[in-house]
Design a protein around this ligand. Structure first.
Ligand SMILES: Cc1ncc(C[n+]2csc(CCOP(=O)(O)OP(=O)(O)O)c2C)c(N)n1
Ligand SMILES: [Mg+2]
Length: 544
């Protein structure tokens, strides 16, 4: 009979898990022991649990499959919370395997070692679902349930709390074991009436617009077909960046801070087809943007429909079959000769000129990076001046290749998420764009990159400051500067201490060339670049 830990490992493997990111401790050693007999699962030991959570998130973003992280109770769980919170906000499927005290005392406040009181309440804030099996035999079905939820709903994190006694004891599996994959998404009947209504609205519209978000990536091909069929301009959110290539004739680009690109389109459209969009604060400028047209909203999460803007047609379903059906319905109609209702390329160019005026170095650097990176390259951004301008200035051609910690906005995301992505997809180049402030939130994970031979290239833009915040402060509290300056280390020396190849460039505009060279090398590398402080893109200024 297997132990609870062996049953856990067996079930994870059956769900295709091939990598687990974690930190060992006395409560989860039974899992480590079971993993030592399982060559199909790679165990990646990280330098804290936040790193493990972001790596699992990066793994999920790179593959579309759930990422798994493993922690001790108490501080292991609280360390992981920030990363799990980011995955929750960005709808990234991460499974947190949180070990737990003994099952008989886990719920009793004994101020035990590693005890986190009411841990289920703490975790509830950043997960869609979780369970603490009461019997070792139920561990497998808990894992099945988490994977079922990743498959059928909005793919937000789940956790399983694993009491240490259940992990070590024999696990009596229930007589009827849930077969792997049971309960997966049943083929749902298409809401034909709603699809017809939406198709008619799009056909009749004089100024139709598609708004594609992070939930639209699986529908990318159908969205492009539909857009081309009716010549509908497409605005993407930062999570939806690249759903259609941003240099496509119908792409209005990334609508972050909608003032940059596509503001007019959102305001003037008479019908907006929103796909996999949550109408978040960055897309809508904190819900102040006027969206003029009637909204057709397709989203996997019924709670999102009508949450911020009223919808005329709301379809709570997987986006891909719905947009496919819409495109097929409209294929029969005569849309030939229809041209886009606004000059998409002129709007794009005008906005590009405006951001170039505001942040010339950032735009030049991002344009240079575009030239040296392949379309498949995965870029992981932190929250920093240059990276934030990437929303408007980096032309992304593939969905899910340009990532921000966009929902929770946590500094320190980029490096560990990139390491998780690179370990999942060693075949694609992976780039980190970080600031000097954010990099040190998780820079110690360079040790994991070295240990795992993860060939990520990290750029650290060093302005010796929490620069965007300092600039924001100077704008809102003129002449009163406090808290924003940093004494940053010599990043080349810092990287060298980990055994990471590193160099410093003289100008931020030299970054693309240095990145191109670093991409040719095996193993992780770091490039430190000076960078100017500029007003961040989220501060709106009147554009000329
Ligand atoms: C966990 C967390 N703490 C604080 C912030 C607020 N914050 C946003 S950007 C920023 C400055 C980042 O500095 P740096 O990484 O050096 O980039 P720069 O702005 O200088 O380009 C700060 C402190 C945040 N986003 N996340
Ligand atoms: Mg900085």
């Amino acid at each position: 009979m297997p132990s609870g830990a062996q049953l856990l490992v067996r079930t994870l493997k059956a769900h295709g898990v091939d990598t687990i990111f974690g930190v060992p401790g006395i409560h989860n050693l039974a899992i480590y022991d079971a993993l030592s007999d399982e060559p199909a699962i790679r165990l990646v030991t990280t330098r804290d649990e936040r790193g493990a959570g972001h790596m699992a998130d990066g793994y999920a973003r790179a593959t579309g499959r759930p990422g798994v992280c493993l922690t001790v109770p108490g501080p292991g769980v609280t360390n992981a919370l920030t990363a799990i919170g980011e995955a929750y906000a960005d709808s990234s499927p991460v499974l947190l395997l949180a070990s737990q005290l003994d099952s008989r005392t886990a719920g009793v406040d004994r101020e035990d070692f590693h005890q986190l009181r009411n841990s289920e309440h703490v975790l509830a804030s950043v997960t869609q679902w979780g369970a603490r099996p009461s019997d070792g035999g139920n561990i497998g079905s808990a894992v099945d349930e988490a994977f079922r939820r990743f498959e059928v709903g909005r793919p937000r994190p789940c956790y399983i709390d694993l009491p240490m006694d259940l992990l070590s004891a024999n696990a009596d599996e229930p007589a009827v074991e849930q077969p792997v994959g049971a309960g997966r998404r049943e083929a749902q009947a298409l809401p034909v009436g709603e699809i017809d209504r939406a198709a008619r609205m799009l056909m009749m519209a004089r100024r139709p617009l598609i708004l594609a978000g992070g939930g639209a990536w699986k529908a990318a091909g159908a969205i492009q077909r539909l857009a081309e069929r009716l010549s509908i301009p497409v605005v993407m959110t930062s999570s939806g960046k690249g759903v259609i290539p941003e240099d496509h004739r119908l792409s209005l680009g990334d609508g972050w801070m909608a003032h940059q690109l596509g503001r007019e389109a959102l305001e003037q459209a008479d019908v907006v087809l929103a796909v996999g969009v949550r109408f978040g604060p960055l897309t809508t400028s904190w819900w102040t943007r006027r969206i003029g047209g009637e909204i057709i909203h397709v989203d996997i999460d019924p709670a999102e429909i009508g949450k911020h803007f009223s919808t005329v047609v709301g379809i709570a379903a997987d986006a891909a079959p719905i947009v496919d059906a819409l495109a097929a319905t409209l294929a029969g109609l005569d849309a030939n000769g229809r041209s886009a209702w606004l000059d998409v390329i002129a709007v794009r160019e005008r906005r590009r000129d405006a951001i170039r005026k505001r942040a010339p170095d950032a735009v030049a650097t991002l344009e240079g990076l575009r030239r040296v990176l392949t379309d498949e390259t995965l870029v992981f951004n932190d929250i920093n001046g240059i990276a934030c301008w990437g929303a408007g200035a980096f032309v992304c051609r593939r969905p899910r290749t340009f990532h921000y910690p966009i929902g929770f906005g946590c500094l320190g995301f980029a490096l560990p998420a990139a390491i998780g992505a690179k370990l999942a997809r060693p075949d694609v180049p992976v780039l980190v764009l970080s600031g000097d402030g954010g990099f040190l939130f998780s820079g110690h994970e360079l040790a994991t990159a070295v240990a795992e031979r993860a060939s990520v290239v990290a750029v650290v833009f060093n302005d010796h400051a929490y620069g965007t915040i300092k600039a924001d402060q100077a704008h809102r509290y003129p002449g009163r500067s406090t808290g924003g300056d940093l004494h940053s280390p010599d990043f080349v020396g810092y990287a060298a201490a980990f055994g990471v190849r590193a160099c410093r460039v003289d100008s931020v505009r030299d970054v693309p060339e240095a990145v191109a060279a670093a991409m040719q090398q095996e193993g992780p590398s770091l490039i430190e670049a000076p960078c100017p402080q500029a007003l961040p893109p989220w501060i709106e200024v009147e554009e000329g």
